[in-house]
Design a protein around this ligand. Structure first.
Ligand code: AMP
Length: 248
């Protein structure tokens, strides 16, 4: 297993430097799709440990800004954070500015696992352009699937560490000590956008945007569907099996 990668350049922008040593083997480049709360972040952490690729979550970028110095936020970022608290999508232009600033992370030899981006077809076409400018391509787009009632039940039990972004579930993936992060000891919280009112807005936004995105990647023969029912380990095994079946 590879150590967890530090992702400084992604979380803190292009002036920050990652501490990880350069990877020995070229990494994989995956996009993870699926409704909020389906467990993409957990799968991304497991895939990152297995393949060494960085887990790049646009949601983590906004949460890092939320917990940073409020006085230094641009008007676009303030607007983005207000939308995030309500469970709405952030405008494409804001998301794309943030990702473009971090294009080094897309070029990284270690590869990447994009989680929460792209969420719309304009974001997907912009990502394609950024990658093709670097003569890079995606290995696969993993689409995690589960009925909405099961997702809403999962989100209610989800707990996140604001300090190191580790994700737990009170029943499916409990921390060793209740309410405390195993990795850094931080206090675990229910995210603002995991509160019930925001959850419904997020599910509706996902439903509206997801079909065109699945169609977009299906037409490029990149889509790999994974049933997200079961424990994180079961879903992870299913993910590896689906990826193996694709390369055969
Ligand atoms: P996530 O952790 O991926 O569920 O993202 C949390 C919130 O951040 C979302 O509900 C949106 O408000 C915002 N967000 C994250 N990524 C994007 C994106 N690619 N496009 C629009 N909004 C996003």
């Amino acid at each position: 297993m590879n150590p967890r990668r530090d992702r400084s350049a992604w979380l803190h922008g292009p002036d920050a430097r990652c501490q990880d040593p350069p990877p020995r083997f070229p990494g994989r480049r995956f996009v993870l799709l699926g409704a909020p709360g389906i467990g993409k972040g957990t799968q991304a952490a497991l895939l990152s440990a297995a393949f060494g690729a960085c887990h790049l979550s646009t949601g983590d970028l906004f949460r890092a800004a939320l917990h940073g110095d409020g006085d230094r936020l641009s008007p676009a970022m303030r607007d983005a954070l207000a939308r995030m608290r309500r469970g709405e999508l952030v405008p494409d232009v804001t998301v794309l500015d943030l990702v473009r600033e971090r294009v080094e992370c897309l070029r990284c030899r270690g590869g990447f696992l994009l989680d929460g981006f792209p969420r719309t077809v304009p974001q997907a076409t912009a990502l394609d352009r950024m990658l093709s400018d670097e003569e890079l391509g995606l290995d696969a787009v993993l689409s995690y699937e589960l009925p909405e009632e099961a997702i809403v039940a999962r989100i209610g039990g989800r707990r996140t560490c604001p300090a190191c972004k580790s994700v737990y579930h009170v029943e499916l993936r409990p921390p060793r000590t209740a309410g405390r992060c195993d990795a850094c000891g931080g206090e675990l919280v229910l995210r603002d956008d995991d509160q019930p009112a925001a959850v419904h807005v997020r599910q509706a936004a996902h439903a509206a945007n997801t079909a065109p995105l699945l169609d977009y990647y299906g037409r490029r023969d990149l889509l790999v569907s994974v049933d997200a029912d079961g424990s994180p380990e079961v879903v992870f095994d299913r993910t590896l099996a689906a990826l193996c079946a694709r390369v055969r």
